[in-house]
Design a protein around this ligand. Structure first.
Ligand code: E4P
Length: 217
């Protein structure tokens, strides 16, 4: 399973990169705003900086909601760096734009996916990635993980190559469950990724090993 970090925070991206397990980055307009990155020029420069920090795919989201606008924006984003993946919303024009980009060999990430039907459409349109938002489904008392299961089944039934990018990952168990269900990628915060490291028996075991070593020296 690929690990993407879901942030526009450069320090956190560097930290995840330093761990040696990072395969890419996802951003969205809210994550950019959270870091105080506003205005077209600053946003573009920020994408460029992120691409310099990591080797993998970097999702950059369009703001337009009409086909022509999405194509114009997406082409400009894709021209920034081959790592850029054009992130498109799951709306009618987003699906059309996805088909347009995939037929041109430009990578896409169809975002704001909350149903298996939406994921099926994204795959039909040739999306590179589909982003089911599991945390936001959990927020409304719907089983986000079940959506991953359904999409996996559908994609495997037909051999769709679109990668399931589990998004809106909020905690470590989300990551583990996504891995169990065969999600191709997960994107989550650094805290959820670092949570995978932790076990109290690791800490106490290491403390004992170090104490015993000292006794013999
Ligand atoms: C996906 O690409 C989104 O950026 C993100 O995962 C949304 O997560 P949230 O529901 O925690 O805002």
């Amino acid at each position: 399973m690929k690990f993407f970090i879901d942030t526009a925070n450069l320090e956190q991206i560097k930290e995840a990169q330093a761990l040696g397990i990072l395969d890419g980055v996802t951003t969205n307009p809210s994550l950019m705003a959270k870091e105080g990155i506003t205005g077209e020029v600053n946003i573009i420069n920020h994408y460029k900086e992120i691409c310099e920090l990591v080797e993998g795919d970097v999702s950059a989201e369009v703001i337009s909601t009409d086909f022509d606008g999405m194509v114009k924006e997406g082409e400009a984003l894709a021209a920034l760096n081959p790592q850029i993946v054009v992130k498109l919303p799951m709306i009618k024009d987003g699906v059309k734009a996805c088909k347009y980009f995939s037929s041109k060999g430009i990578k896409t990430n169809v975002t704001l996916v909350f149903s298996a039907g939406q994921a099926l459409l994204a795959a039909k349109a040739g999306a590179t990635y589909v982003s089911p938002f599991i945390g936001r489904l959990d927020d409304i008392s719907t089983d986000g993980m079940n959506l991953i299961k359904e999409i996996r089944l559908i994609y495997d039934n037909y051999g769709f190559e679109t990668q399931i990018l589990a998004a809106s990952v909020r905690n470590t168990m989300h990551i583990i469950n996504c891995a169990k269900l065969g999600s191709d990628v997960m994107t989550g915060p650094l805290s959820a990724i670092e949570g995978l490291l932790k076990h109290p028996l690791t800490d106490s075991g290491l403390a004992t090993f170090l104490a015993d070593y000292k006794k013999g020296n």
